[in-house]
Design a protein around this ligand. Structure first.
Ligand SMILES: Nc1ncnc2c1ncn2[C@@H]1O[C@H](COP(=O)(O)OP(=O)(O)O)[C@@H](O)[C@H]1O
Ligand SMILES: Cc1cn([C@H]2C[C@H](O)[C@@H](COP(=O)(O)O)O2)c(=O)[nH]c1=O
Length: 190
């Protein structure tokens, strides 16, 4: 098998995790052995399962880093042909691990994560993978205020830290118009 990196990006509630699990099931149905992993920072729904916002889930490794996952798997690492990674924005060694696993270990890597934070700034190393990727899929959700395509994650909690784990209690998916209006963003010079 050749190495491959497929990215699934988008704002919160866009269906990234659902799409990741769908692709995992396709690989498993084709007889490929898949290891699932997420950042251990994500404790929202379950500590050792990847869970979608509408309750679908699959067991996974929860890890602080992908080097730690590699160590935990030991010799079993070579038996997996597919590595599915969720909450990729929280993994500090995402770029180095994925590059090595695809280029030299010939793994097929599926990566789901935020393409931007609540300020629409880069988040972790997700965007660094774009030049290495075979495919990049940007999903959109449904705007919480008008049902147009949601492109961005609006933070509704009063907290300025980049990393703030949460769901609908802290974030809403929004279209460009509502992101701009609700953040009171003004064009430069106004
Ligand atoms: N504002 C919302 N709050 C809670 N759940 C939502 C909201 N918008 C959409 N959902 C549900 O979340 C599902 C997508 O969940 P998931 O795949 O976990 O998305 P992502 O990984 O992109 O955050 C949608 O199919 C829908 O059922
Ligand atoms: C926008 C944004 C999000 N987060 C956190 C909130 C959630 O715990 C995850 C994203 O989860 P999802 O599966 O994509 O719904 O990331 C954050 O820490 N900072 C942000 O700016």
């Amino acid at each position: 098998m050749k190495g491959q990196i497929d990215l699934i990006l988008g704002p919160m509630f866009a269906g990234k995790t659902s799409e990741l699990l769908r692709r995992v099931e396709d690989h498993e149905a084709a007889g490929r052995k898949v290891v699932l992993v997420k950042s251990s920072i994500d404790t929202r729904y379950h500590s050792s399962r990847i869970v979608t916002h509408d309750g679908h889930s699959k067991g996974c490794y929860a890890t602080a880093s992908l080097a730690e996952l590699r160590d935990s798997l030991g010799g079993e690492y070579s038996s997996f042909s597919v590595i599915a990674i969720d909450e990729a924005q929280f993994l500090p060694d995402l770029l180095q691990f994925c590059a090595h696993a695809a280029d030299f270990d010939h793994k097929h890597i599926l990566v789901a994560g935020l393409d931007g934070d609540f300020r629409r700034q880069r988040f972790g190393q997700v965007l660094d993978l774009v030049p290495l990727a075979d495919s990049v899929t940007k999903l959109g959700g449904s705007c919480a205020y008008c049902s147009s395509r949601a492109l961005f994650s609006l933070r509704i909690a009063a907290d300025e830290r980049q990393a703030l784990v949460g769901g609908a209690d802290k974030y809403a998916p929004v279209c460009r118009r509502h992101y701009t209006e609700l953040n009171e963003i003004r064009p430069a010079g106004e």
